[in-house]
Design a binder for this molecule. Structure first.
Ligand code: AVJ
Length: 316
């Protein structure tokens, strides 16, 4: 069978094998987002406990018109294009301030990208929409002749899914594409009372638990694995030294999982598979990451409660 695998499938299996082979078993958070996972995430963003999305949206609505007016980007590259609402705030401002511009949503899900590009092209006739299907954790090519200045948008606190060293290498790859006048627009979740963070990832309605378990369904579908999805419980807890919340899946009884091309995986009762880290930042940690990537903060805005920050940065 191995020789019939597409390169993408081979990479996926290698990643799964490697992650489940670690002392702390791990699966990458990108496997949350099949259609059901994307819907569950949308539901998360509307939960009372999940302050991130609504706080970011309010900050964007407040600051983006001025920030876009100042930068006048002729292209917007959005990493992890995700849902459209935050994008619309940016695109409305670009349309109003600049008129004609390119919009390059970058996402792993081709279906999702196609659907949202089609919808947006109807709504924004002056935008040239060029979707790029790519995994942002790997190197990927952007359309060659993007007009500058280019605004690279990385919103939704997705940067939190990367440990500081990985975040820096991702930001460095963005930096390498930047010319003078280009900018980065970043959304980051800030450090705060761990109880507030833990509530956001342990919602009372159990949507986050379902979202977490859905990853096993995705891996079953993608890799032909046979995870018994309902055998796993959701755990999310804050690690204060690492400034991050972690999500895990923990079975109450011992599990044996068969993954074609990987083999048999044993998960002991009470052992966990880590599915996500979500790092929380401070002005200092953001400055340090950006400095390591060769950028400096230009604008920084937080809500009155200091829950969340949006910022722009320029290449040094
Ligand atoms: C989309 C990565 C920003 O880390 O808060 C939501 C994903 N995980 N609830 C986050 C998520 C659990 C989310 N990000």
């Amino acid at each position: 069978m191995a020789d019939t695998l597409s390169p993408a499938a081979a990479v996926m299996l290698a990643e799964i094998r490697e992650g489940l082979g670690r002392a702390q078993k791990e699966l990458p958070p990108k496997y949350f987002y099949d259609e059901r996972g994307s819907e569950l995430f949308e539901e998360i963003t509307r939960l009372p406990e999940y302050y991130l999305t609504r706080t970011e949206r309010a900050l964007l609505a407040e600051r983006i018109p001025d920030w876009i007016w100042e930068m006048c980007p002729k292209s917007v590259v959005e990493l992890g294009a995700g849902s459209a609402e935050k994008t619309r705030i940016v695109l409305d401002a670009v349309r109003d301030a600049v008129g004609f511009a390119a919009y390059v949503p970058v996402d792993v899900s081709a279906d999702f990208l196609e659907a949202s590009a089609l919808k947006l092209s109807g709504e924004y006739p002056t935008l040239d929409i060029v979707p790029v299907v790519a995994d942002m954790t790997a190197d990927f090519a952007l359309p060659p002749d993007l007009p500058h200045p280019v605004l690279h948008a990385f919103l939704g606190s997705t940067i939190g899914n990367f440990a500081p060293d990985e975040a820096v290498s991702l930001l460095r790859r963005v930096r390498r594409r930047m010319h003078g006048g280009d900018a980065l627009l970043l959304g980051v979740d800030l450090r705060k009372d761990p109880a507030v963070i833990e509530a956001a990832y342990n919602d009372a309605a159990g949507v986050t638990a379902e979202f977490n378990r859905n990853m096993l369904r995705v891996v079953n579908a993608l890799a032909g694995a046979d995870f018994d999805v309902d055998a796993y419980e959701h755990r999310a807890f804050y690690e204060p030294e690492l400034h991050r919340i972690e999500m895990h899946l923990v079975p109450a009884t011992p599990q044996t999982v068969t993954i074609p091309g990987v083999g048999e995986i044993h998960v002991a009762a009470g052992e966990s598979i880590r599915t996500e880290i979500s790092c929380k930042h401070s002005r200092e940690s953001v400055d340090a990451m950006l400095a390591a990537a060769g950028m400096t903060v230009m604008r920084w805005e937080t809500d009155a409660d200091g829950l969340y920050a949006i910022l722009t940065a320029a290449p040094d």
